[in-house]
Design a protein around this ligand. Structure first.
Ligand SMILES: Cc1ncc(COP(=O)(O)O)c(C=O)c1O
Length: 364
């Protein structure tokens, strides 16, 4: 364990990560899982996550940004890294140098790729209905393919698209699937890698996508899905802190910025050393934390570095507090309170919170 100057930390269970990866890969043993580790592996720490997944046999990773790809390449020389976000034409040299597979999804980059003299590896992206990244017109998609396919230095390793509603609207999934199939069926020869699914589609729909060789799986690795069914996945992150001060409020006393809380009776308050600069934003007010197996409410406005919890006599200085983790305080429950999705809760835990890694079963 690294030294903590403040007793707030995000505990990451790498054995749970390995178990999730195993579970997910078992579901479609004949397809290749691309582990999505963008945004610092959804906040869990990309280097540690990739290291462990690599030990578990995962070889293919996807990120969004070039800086994320470069961070991985410096640490790992033997993995495939797909960059899914927008690449600037002036960075082609860099992706070539660091052997990064990029996504070709717009005309500006296409023109630059055509002119580029060196070898490049990339996936073509088709926009099948999300209207985010990708070529939307089949003719454009085909034109780009034809122009680059004949150049031996330009390796179109894959084609892919992204689903907008894999967790809820099945009709729209089918619509996008058909759009994508129509686009790739116009190609004279399919690149060796094809992919459409994310976690939800991998869990629910992949069997109908028989043509695809790979799937890009993110949130499931970290132990969550937007599905109600239990797929045996374990949340890998637990956000913890400790009681750093206890205040005894007399009746009528106020608490915190904006004095939004007033004690109706003599009230014990625990001050916790975590706040919105750590990603635990003001909207957490009114939600709960877990101390010694019991739930306590967050009261008063959340500060930048601290927040307040109304406690009883059983709670003492230095008691450990769980803000998020597997079970009753999982990211889904928190997302519901914040009226958002798990992804946003996970990605919000800021870099200021030290990540502590728990690992018993590393293979290497
Ligand atoms: C293009 C793309 N593919 C795959 C994923 C992974 O999705 P999930 O985390 O739902 O598996 C994402 C996540 O946002 C994405 O943007």
């Amino acid at each position: 364990m690294c030294e903590l100057y403040r007793k707030t930390w995000y505990e990451i269970d790498l054995d749970a990560l390995a178990s999730n990866a195993k579970r997910l890969r078992e579901i479609h043993a004949d397809r290749t899982l691309i582990a999505v580790v963008k945004a610092n592996a959804y906040g869990h720490g990309a280097i540690k996550v990739v290291k462990r997944l690599r030990e578990e046999g995962v070889q293919f990773f996807a990120v969004s940004l070039l800086e994320e790809a470069l961070e991985l390449r410096v640490a790992f020389h033997d993995i495939t890294i797909l960059m899914m976000g927008v690449l600037l034409p002036e960075d082609l040299k860099r992706v070539a140098k660091y052997d990064i597979v990029f996504t070709l999804s717009d005309h500006k980059l296409f023109e630059a790729v055509k002119m580029f003299k060196g070898a490049l590896r990339f996936h073509l992206k088709f926009d099948s209905g999300m209207n985010r990244l990708g070529f939307k017109e089949i003719n454009d998609f085909r034109k780009v393919y034809d122009a680059l396919e004949s150049d031996p230095k330009k390796c179109i390793e894959g084609v892919y698209s992204h689903l907008a509603t894999s967790d809820d609207d099945e009709n729209y999934v089918n619509f996008q699937y058909k759009q994508f199939m129509e686009a790739i069926n116009t190609l004279p020869k399919l690149p060796k890698i094809t992919h459409l699914s994310n976690t939800s589609a991998w869990l629910k729909h992949e069997s109908i996508f028989e043509v695809f060789t790979h799937a890009r799986v993110g949130i499931g690795l970290y132990g969550y899905t937007l599905e109600s069914a239990d797929y045996g996945l374990i949340p890998i992150g637990t956000l913890k802190t400790t009681v750093s001060q206890i205040k005894e409020l007399t009746t009528g006393e106020f608490l915190g910025y904006g004095i939004t809380y007033q004690a109706k009776n003599p009230t014990r308050i625990a001050v916790l050393p975590i706040g919105y600069a750590d990603g635990w934003i003001r909207q957490h007010k009114g939600h709960i934390v877990l101390i010694k197996g019991k739930l306590y409410p967050i009261v008063g406005n959340v500060c930048m570095d601290q927040l307040f919890v109304k406690i009883d006599d059983t709670i003492h200085l230095d008691d450990e507090v769980t803000l998020m983790g597997p079970g009753i305080l999982n990211a889904g429950v928190i997302a519901e309170h914040l009226q958002t999705i798990h992804y946003e809760v996970l990605c919000s835990i800021s870099n200021r919170v030290p990540r502590l890694y728990i690992e018993k079963e590393a293979k290497l």
